[in-house]
Design a protein around this ligand. Structure first.
Ligand SMILES: Cc1cc2nc3c(=O)[nH]c(=O)nc-3n(C[C@H](O)[C@H](O)[C@H](O)COP(=O)(O)O)c2cc1C
Length: 371
């Protein structure tokens, strides 16, 4: 058993956060992760696919145990309620991953409304649905909401500048997101090996915890995060390929089949993204280089000038994956996909990772003689 400041603050058994992975539903995964003793997170981006990607939206609604004609706030409430009910026995702790960038502010406001309506006046809900993870935007506008709700506040960010903003806003857990990570990546990318220790050195103090995300998937990488001073890790790709994960079979299989160097960067919805190297993704990378090169030089392109066909290819590629269409499939995942070869039960996977982490930490002083 490894106790860290994260396990103490959140009241979880293991210092592991299961990443939100929208716009896809991860509701069953969130339940499995919370029941396994991790912090489980729901994705909340799904209702934005209502028009743009009906295949994904339908899955999101299904996993939320909601109805297709429910409004967005109701869908979110049903999703959180499902997690609450199905984690009652274990007393699992869970939260919401919410993208807060300007383009999706209305969606974020709907999520916050659902959170408030569920938590107000429900002591058990407040006790277990207690974490808000904001991402992909400025955390500051949400400081008042988090304070009023008394939630534990975490924010995912890719660089030192946003970390400073988080600190100013009162974020309690900084999640430093390295360039290895799955799907959306930063315009100016820095990998976990550089970013995580930098953030620990600059921001970790008695009121501020630091976790790493991007590339963590087993005992070796988790032990390395601890060596770099992290209080815990968030994992996406590793949780994606589990038995309970809501991702479709083809998506999971593409992660399992991913070989050496099997991911690439190309445009993805709001900016650069890390995709598995399928034929369609490779073609998309060529098209990105031609029509939206900002993804490769760290400068946002003028969105209005990006050809519609390029944007359409991303949506179609994801939909193809959902339809089991290998030839046209595009699916996001992290570099660590090349190290993932199985689709275990979530609880077994978490136990193995933490047992391996303990072994590594215990045996370090035997392997490396410090004189
Ligand atoms: C398929 C996929 C979808 C993702 N979608 C989101 C998202 O909507 N919001 C977000 O904050 N992070 C998203 N992420 C990033 C994860 O939350 C997490 O930070 C990342 O997966 C960590 O890197 P790893 O994949 O190496 O574990 C996504 C990741 C994947 C693989």
């Amino acid at each position: 058993m490894i106790k860290t400041r994260l396990t103490e603050l959140v009241g979880i058994q293991y210092p592991i956060i299961q990443a939100g992975m929208g716009p896809f539903p991860v509701t069953s995964l969130c339940i499995a992760a919370a029941n396994a003793g991790c912090l489980g997170l729901c994705s909340t981006f799904g209702t934005l696919s209502r028009k743009s990607n009906p295949v994904v939206f339908e899955d999101f609604v299904k996993q939320a145990h909601a109805e297709m004609d429910d409004d967005d706030v109701t869908i979110f409430k049903k999703m959180f309620t499902r997690v609450f009910e199905e984690t009652k026995e274990s007393g699992g702790i869970f939260g919401a991953n919410v993208m807060v960038s300007a383009e999706v502010r209305d969606n974020a406001a709907n999520v916050m409304k659902a959170i408030k309506e569920l938590r107000d006046g429900n002591a058990e809900m407040r006790e277990r649905f207690k974490v808000l993870v904001t991402t992909a935007g400025d955390p500051m506008p949400w400081a008042g909401f988090v304070k009023e709700q008394g939630m534990i506040w975490m924010h995912v960010f890719p660089g030192v500048r946003t970390a400073a903003r988080c600190k100013k806003a009162g974020v309690q857990v900084l999640i430093a997101s390295g360039h290895e990570g799955g799907f959306h990546t930063a315009w100016q990318p820095v990998h976990s090996m550089t970013l995580l220790p930098d953030i620990v050195e600059k921001f970790s103090d008695e009121n501020t915890l630091v976790c790493g995300t991007g590339g963590f998937c087993d005992g070796k990488s988790v032990a390395a995060a601890f060596a770099m001073g992290a209080d815990g890790v968030q994992m996406g790709t590793r949780f994606l390929a589990t038995e309970e994960s809501d991702f479709c079979d083809l998506w999971k299989q593409l992660v399992i089949d991913c070989k050496d160097g099997g991911t690439l960067i190309a445009r993805g919805f709001v900016g650069p993204a890390r995709w598995l190297r399928t034929d369609a993704a490779q073609q998309h990378a060529y098209n990105t280089a031609k029509d939206a090169p900002g993804s490769y030089v760290g400068v946002p392109d003028d969105f209005s000038k990006i050809p519609l066909a390029l944007l359409e290819a991303e949506r179609k590629g994801v939909a193809a994956t959902y339809m089991g269409d290998v030839e046209n499939a595009m699916a996001g995942a992290g570099e660590c996909a090349q190290r993932i070869e199985d689709k275990p039960k979530t609880a077994d996977m978490v136990k193995t990772i933490m047992a391996d982490t303990e072994d590594i930490l215990r045996n370090l002083s035997k392997k490396y003689i410090v004189e």
